[in-house]
Structures are given as structure tokens and as C-alpha cells.
Design a protein around this ligand. Structure first.
Ligand code: NAD
Length: 260
């Protein structure tokens, strides 16, 4: 149902973004993928997406800390494929430390990648969507857009920011056939989560098993990680015409975490 539509998914060389790119491509969308990684692996992914959608997939190396590179990626996409119909603001990093030990450069990088990049993406893409009278803007927020955990001050601030940005741009685009939503997963088993285990072990003096069961899944009543494929299926649904009334929403997918 996405044949003829072009999607940009930021941070799609790994984890949730990669799963969303695959789900969109499987429905025929032209894909622009983005993120860091090893050249051969990215090329394999790009070729796989082109096979899935039976058409075009391009890799764009835009760094989400660089507003000029973000705008250039959107304009390149519009020039090459004729439109920018779907954007998924998904690139994100994490750092875990108490505020007094939190490196300033890490705070700045998390705000830039997890929040400001979404604003720059929207700023560049909305004019293209308004011109076509159709658009889907999605962001991967987090349960941390609704609740906090200690030692994640930058991440929690950025994700709360995504929720507010989502509401604002939804209001600005509501009469243009554009919807703007964020999905807020609980813990999804991806490299981002795997990488924060050593930091949490160190900062709280715990074993790997204790971090997984007593810290990560402690907040998730289902006691199961969300999967990237579940998030992707939800993102795909939000691109459907049946979902056009859903806008400005922060949609939880967290195994009950924020119900508690
Ligand atoms: P991941 O580490 O697997 O993927 C992150 C992606 O972002 C990678 O493709 C990486 O290359 C890219 N990226 C990082 N810095 C970048 C930069 N400067 N420019 C361009 N790309 C950059 O992580 P993930 O778990 O798949 O996370 C994806 C999103 O989902 C993030 O926004 C994250 O906060 C959010 N999220 C993750 C979880 C979870 O439990 N994994 C839960 C809730 C929300």
C-alpha cells in the first residue's frame, strides 16, 4: 500500500530503524536509510531493501548532529525520488550517569541526535508533504517520554521533548493530510539496550543478569522485551489511510510499564 511513496528512516542501520525500514519496503515504499556502520553491511542492507520493495533504496550518511546534513538529505531525497512522504525520526543514543558525572558533550550529543534532529527533519520535510497534501511523520520516542529513570537525564529530557514536538507539529499540519505521532516503546532488545548494560552494571554495582531482570525488565510488567518487529508493525499501521485520525499522539508500546 506504499507503492509510489518515499520514506526516510534516520538511524536505520541497526535495531528498530532497520526493522521499520524493512516493514515499509515490504509494502513497496522507496527507502532512504541512514545511520552509522560498516560499509559492506550497510550495502547489504540497502540491496536487501531494494529487493523487498522491488525498486529503489538509497543510503544517506547524514550525521544527525548536523542540521545542514539533515536538510540536505531531505532535499536530495525529494530531488531524486520526487517527494518525501514518510519520515521516521529514529536515530538515538544513550548515556547513563548521575548528573554530576554526566559529560557535557554527551548531554549535547543526546539532545542533538535524539531531539533536535527530529525538529530539523520535520522542518525540511513538511513543505514537501504540504505540497502533496499527504504525509506521515513518526518518531521513536520511549517510555522515557512519559516517565523518568535515574541517571538518564539527557535521554529523558530529549524524549519528553519529542512528545511535545510531536503535538506541536501535529497541530501545525492537521489540515494538510499529514499525521505526526510518536511511538513510545519500553525496553526493546537492540544494540542500544545491550550497550547500556555494562554502564548500568558499573554505576549500580550489579551483574549482567541483575541489570536485565531487576533494572531493565523491572519496569516492564510483561517481563518481556518488546521486539523491533512489533514497533515496525505499529509504525506501518500509522502510515495507513485508516490511521489518518491518529495525530499528535504519543503511543505507548511498553508491556504495561507506564500503566504502573
Ligand atoms: P540502535 O543503537 O540499534 O540504533 C541507533 C541508530 O541510530 C543506528 O542506526 C545508529 O547508527 C544511528 N545513529 C546514532 N548516532 C547517529 C548520528 N549522529 N547520525 C545518524 N545516525 C545515528 O538503537 P535502537 O534501540 O534501535 O534505537 C532506535 C531508537 O529507538 C532510538 O531513538 C532509541 O532512543 C529508541 N528507543 C529504543 C528503545 C530500546 O529499548 N532499544 C526503547 C525506546 C526507544
Amino acid at each position: 500500500f506504499l507503492k509510489g511513496k518515499t520514506a526516510i528512516v534516520t538511524g536505520s542501520t541497526s535495531g528498530i530503524g532497520l526493522a521499520i525500514a524493512r516493514a515499509l519496503a515490504a509494502e513497496g515504499a522507496t527507502l532512504v536509510i541512514n545511520g552509522f556502520g560498516e560499509g559492506d553491511a550497510i550495502e547489504r542492507e540497502r540491496a536487501g531493501l531494494a529487493e523487498l520493495n522491488g525498486g529503489a533504496a538509497r543510503y544517506d550518511a547524514a550525521d544527525m548532529t548536523r542540521p545542514d546534513e539533515i536538510a540536505a538529505m531531505v532535499e536530495r531525497t525529494a530531488a531524486e525520488f520526487g517527494s518525501v512522504d514518510i519520515i521516521v525520526n529514529n536515530a538515538g543514543i544513550q548515556h547513563v550517569a548521575p548528573i554530576e558525572a554526566f559529560p557535557v558533550d554527551k548531554f549535547d550529543a543526546i539532545l542533538a541526535i535524539n531531539l533536535s534532529s527530529a525538529w530539523h527533519m520535520m522542518r525540511a520535510a513538511v513543505p514537501h508533504m504540504k505540497r502533496n497534501g499527504w504525509g506521515r511523520i513518526l518518531s521513536t520516542a520511549s517510555a522515557h517520554s512519559l516517565v523518568a529513570s535515574p541517571n538518564k537525564s539527557a535521554y529523558v529530557a530529549a524524549k519528553h521533548g519529542i512528545a511535545g514536538l510531536t503535538k506541536t507539529i501535529a497541530l501545525e499540519t492537521a489540515t494538510h493530510g499529514i499525521t505526526v505521532n510518536c511511538i513510545s516503546p519500553g525496553y526493546v532488545w537492540t544494540p542500544l539496550v545491550e550497550r547500556q548494560i555494562p554502564d548500568t552494571m558499573a554505576s549500580r554495582g550489579l551483574t549482567r543478569e541483575q541489570v536485565m531482570n531487576d533494572v531493565l525488565l523491572a519496569a516492564q510488567p510483561t517481563k518481556e522485551f518488546v521486539t523491533a518487529e512489533q514497533v515496525a508493525a505499529f509504525a506501518l499501521y500509522l502510515c495507513r489511510d485508516e490511521a489518518k485520525a491518529i495525530t499528535g499522539a504519543n503511543l505507548s508500546m511498553d508491556g504495561g510499564w507506564t500503566a504502573a
